[in-house]
Ligand binder design. Structure first.
Ligand code: C2O
Ligand code: CU
Length: 517
């Protein structure tokens, strides 16, 4: 671990990533160009500048703000060096593989995207498209934006080094708007703020620290050969270490994203004031949920309102109260209610937000049982696998397009929950049910030890990432479509994803269908 750097908290103002403008716009479509490059940025008053990789040379990358059903074309251009500045490990997929270190591919997380534009991990490309991965298809990506209004995010997804590329800074926000959202009269403009929360560690010279081997992630680790998530020691929001934000005594809408590689956040205000949650990964909830605290795992988003109107003159801290958090990482950022109210706050905090169409278990054409297990690879490292299979194993999750399936994820890895993410779909969480793990390990049979637990109130909308705790069967339901082709599902702890906890999945058209009608 690096020599500890003590950075003063709450000395930098929270930056707001700028909104990207299209190069061209026409009726119902727009065209953007985004360049990935190496650059340096001040992440704290007393630090750096720090070398990073980012979209348009900023971290987080610029924000997309688009309308539902507007087709967005993006030419993602790689202008990164060929050599990574973070330690690349070449032992991926159980062998020594040398791939270009400056490779990247972009995934729009939470997007219903045609397979050719989804950012398949093997569709990577290097600077100026000089080298491309085996499944590289195109230079301009197309996003139809057919999902409900929500905040997605875009980030690197290249095979084997996603954890390094995202850690280096390749991530940004992506808003989809619609008329329904506008009709809700929520706080907007300067009163609607994205909060991209990440953790990072630094060397004394201000450069990013990342362990050189995946099994060196945790000092004094009980299992030195475990590929473990890396929890860094400093929290940043929108690219600043422990920032502050001056606010007016009124309602604000915050679009929060945990873009950490692996850190699990449990967020709470030290003033004990509530959060009014209005949306999840996949858009608005049916009704607003009042929360005192909530868990946000890697890639999860919440859309919520904080009302500062009763707090004029006060200062409060957004806390991370996850048990394993070090004293340093229990603070996230500070709010100072010091700015006099401009005019009056005419925004609403609606209770009813709109209908959610529930997928019923009876609609499912198939139920899959998928077990999260831990194995040892030939280097003696412990790896976590999805249903016992590695990335290169044959595709087993093949779904007929437009059919509904239930996935029951059985977690027998005695460790933190894994945030499981599926591309292409928004799913609903049915429940989590505890079972007898040792009986399951001996016989392969499930004996439940308690009733199914419904999802948390703050998870009862559409999700694309779900926490799957040890000793529970976590059941989700999704309709696979409308696109066909090859996608992935994976653990969103990026150290796990890079080390085999990712699987291809395929959505196919039933044979014969093309001749019918
Ligand atoms: Cu946010 Cu497949 O990833
Ligand atoms: Cu995991």
């Amino acid at each position: 671990m690096p020599e500890k750097i003590k950075l003063r908290k709450f000395v930098d103002e929270l930056p707001i990533p700028y909104t990207l403008s299209p190069k061209k716009r026409s009726y119902n479509s727009s065209y953007y160009e985004v360049t990935m490059k190496e650059f340096s940025q001040k992440l704290h008053r007393d630090l750096g500048p720090t070398r990073l990789w980012g979209y348009e040379g900023t971290f987080p990358g610029p924000t997309f703000d688009v309308m539902k059903h507007e087709t967005v074309f993006v030419k993602w251009m790689n202008n990164l060096p060929n050599k990574h500045f973070l330690p690349v490990d070449t032992t991926i997929h159980g062998s020594e593989i040398t791939l270009p270190e400056g490779r990247t591919v972009v995934h729009l997380h939470g997007g219903r995207t045609p397979a050719h534009s989804d950012g398949y991990p093997e569709a990577w490309f290097t600077r100026n498209f000089e080298q491309t991965g085996p499944l590289f298809e195109r230079e301009i990506y197309a996003y139809p934006n057919m999902e409900r209004a929500t905040m997605l995010w875009y980030h690197d997804h290249t095979v084997g080094i996603t954890r390094l590329n995202v850690y280096a800074g390749l991530a940004g926000c992506y808003f989809i708007r619609d008329n329904h959202e506008q009709s809700l009269n929520l706080p907007n403009g300067t009163y609607e703020i994205p909060l991209v929360i990440v953790d990072r560690s630094f060397n004394p010279d201000g450069s990013l620290y990342y362990p050189s081997k995946p099994d060196q992630n945790v000092a004094g680790l009980p299992h030195p050969s475990l590929v473990s998530p890396f929890d860094a020691d400093t929290i940043l929001v929108n690219g600043k270490v422990f920032p502050y934000l001056d606010v007016e005594p009124r309602k604000y809408r915050f679009r929060m994203l945990n873009a950490s590689n692996s850190r699990i956040l449990t967020l709470k205000m030290d003033s004990n004031q509530p959060f009014y949650q209005i949306g999840t990964d996949g858009g608005f909830l049916e009704t607003t949920v009042k929360l005192n605290e909530f868990i946000l795992m890697s890639a999860e988003r919440v859309d919520l309102i904080i009302d500062f109107s009763q707090y004029y003159g006060q200062t409060m801290i957004l806390k991370n109260i996850t048990k394993s958090a070090s004293p340093e990482t229990t603070d996230v950022m500070q709010f100072r209610v010091t700015v006099p109210l401009k005019g009056t706050d005419t925004s609403s905090l609606p209770y009813y937000l709109g209908p959610i169409v529930r997928l019923q278990s009876s609609m499912a054409k198939r139920t899959r049982y998928l077990t999260l297990v831990r194995i040892k690879d030939q280097y003696g490292r412990s790896l976590n696998l999805l249903d016992g299979k590695m990335w290169m194993d044959r595709i087993s999750e093949r779904m007929e397009v437009d059919t509904v399936e239930i996935w029951r994820i059985i977690n027998i890895i005695d460790d933190d929950p894994h945030p499981i993410h599926l591309h292409l779909v928004d799913f609903q969480i049915l429940d989590r049910q505890p079972f007898d793990v040792s009986h399951f390990q001996k016989t392969g049979k499930l004996i439940f030890t308690g009733p199914p637990v419904p999802p948390h109130p703050y998870e009862r909308g559409f999700k694309d990432t779900v926490g799957t705790p040890f000793g529970y069967v976590t059941s989700i339901i999704a309709r696979f479509g409308p696109f066909t082709g090859r996608y992935v599902w994976h653990c969103h702890m990026l150290e796990h994803e890079d080390y085999e906890m990712m699987r291809p999945m395929e959505v196919f058209k039933a044979p014969g269908e093309m001749y019918s009608g």
